[in-house]
Ligand binder design. Structure first.
Ligand SMILES: Nc1nc2c(ncn2[C@@H]2O[C@H](COP(=O)(O)OP(=O)(O)O)[C@@H](O)[C@H]2O)c(=O)[nH]1
Ligand SMILES: [Mg+2]
Length: 335
């Protein structure tokens, strides 16, 4: 009797692990090099879906060696990456927690988009992470320097590296990011070369690349859902499914920080409510005229901000209507 109790206490001990993947209400917790299946404690459902753990979260869980372990609480997040959901209701979708760096992976071909890099950077900065643009497939591009300069011109907050994972070019520059305990979140379109990059850095094929046929052999990872992968040297990589579009909502601070020089310039206009149109003493117009500020970049800053504001207004509108509907249903006893 005694020994059974002791075992139970040992087996059902509380541990701190990290969420490696989430599929509906099933979680995989990474703990001491193992993947532990787990479910949420009832209190999460009472608190609502916003309280649910996400990939990258550190969680306290009760270990059950014979079945699903029980996640009891989520530790405070150091960083949080979020975006509006794709249904365009401006409801925020929590993507990844505790990433130190966001690798914005873009290949140097048709995939390259100045606009998209600025969006990802704003989201990374908003969430407290460092944006790092990784321009891949440099072997296919004859004009790498031009792209590097263009990305550098978006913001002094974005670090930029051009690489060719296949030829091993530029990988040395990335070693500083891959230090034990660091978490790197990969974002970018499908086919941009995220998995190939990680395989090259790790020196083994731990992630499946799109050129390889599916065989689901052990140790390889597909990218249909977000997942945390622990490299041998204790670096965590969070792979996300390819995203071509990323909307702006609740990201104004991130946008302002990404384009902090423009936000500063705006403060120098003669009128505090200057629309940078026909007003005299406009610092923005003067900077564009003198060449100090690129007009394209200024338009990008404004359009990201406008999209953010539109989504905010949309969210408020939806919330107003859902409250009104609830009130109507309550009044008419429609439940
Ligand atoms: N030429 C060239 N092709 C690459 C490079 N990196 C990746 N690729 C190819 O791009 C395709 C997609 O790569 P993958 O890593 O699966 O992209 P992911 O979807 O972002 O993970 C594969 O066919 C890779 O072989 C590179 O540096 N140079
Ligand atoms: Mg991949």
């Amino acid at each position: 009797m005694n020994s059974i109790n002791t075992n139970k206490t040992d087996n059902y001990k509380e541990c701190t692990g990290r969420i490696a993947s989430v599929q509906r209400n099933s979680y995989i917790v990474r703990y001491e090099g193992k993947d532990i299946p787990a479910k949420l404690k009832g209190c999460f459902y009472e608190a609502g879906s916003e309280s649910f753990p996400i990939v990258g979260d550190y969680v306290i869980f009760e270990m059950n060696p014979c079945g699903d372990s029980m996640i009891k609480s989520v530790c405070e997040r150091k960083t949080l990456l979020q975006r509006p959901d794709q249904a365009k209701t401006a409801v925020m979708q929590y993507m990844v927690a505790n990433a130190d760096y966001v690798f914005i992976v873009t290949s140097l071909n048709d995939d390259y988009s100045y606009n998209r890099i600025a969006r990802y950077a704003s989201i990374a900065i908003q969430g407290g992470a460092v944006p790092v643009a990784i321009l891949t497939k440099s072997d296919l591009c004859s004009n790498v320097g031009r792209y590097i300069r263009e990305v550098e011109s978006i913001s002094d907050k974005i670090r930029v590296h051009a690489i060719s994972a296949i030829y091993g070019i530029g990988l040395d520059e990335l070693q500083d990011y891959f230090t034990p305990g660091t978490t790197i979140c990969l974002m970018g379109s499908s086919g941009a070369g995220k998995s190939t990059l990680i395989n090259s850095i790790a020196g083994e094929e731990i992630m499946k690349t799109s050129a390889i046929r599916e065989d689901d052999s052990k140790g390889r990872h597909t990218t249909t859902y977000r997942q945390l992968i622990e490299l041998k040297n204790g670096v965590y990589v969070i792979d996300t499914p390819g995203m071509r579009e990323i909307g702006m909502a609740e990201t104004q601070d991130g946008i302002d920080e990404t384009f902090s020089d423009i936000a500063e310039l705006e403060k120098c206009c003669r009128f505090s409510n200057c629309r940078h149109d026909t007003e005299p003493g406009c610092a923005i117009k003067a900077a564009i005229e003198s060449g100090e500020l690129s007009e394209e970049r200024y338009i990008l800053y404004k359009s990201l901000g406008a999209e953010n504001t539109r989504n905010y207004a949309l969210k408020k509108e939806i919330s107003k209507w859902s409250k009104a509907r609830k009130k109507f249903n309550d009044k008419n006893d429609l439940y």
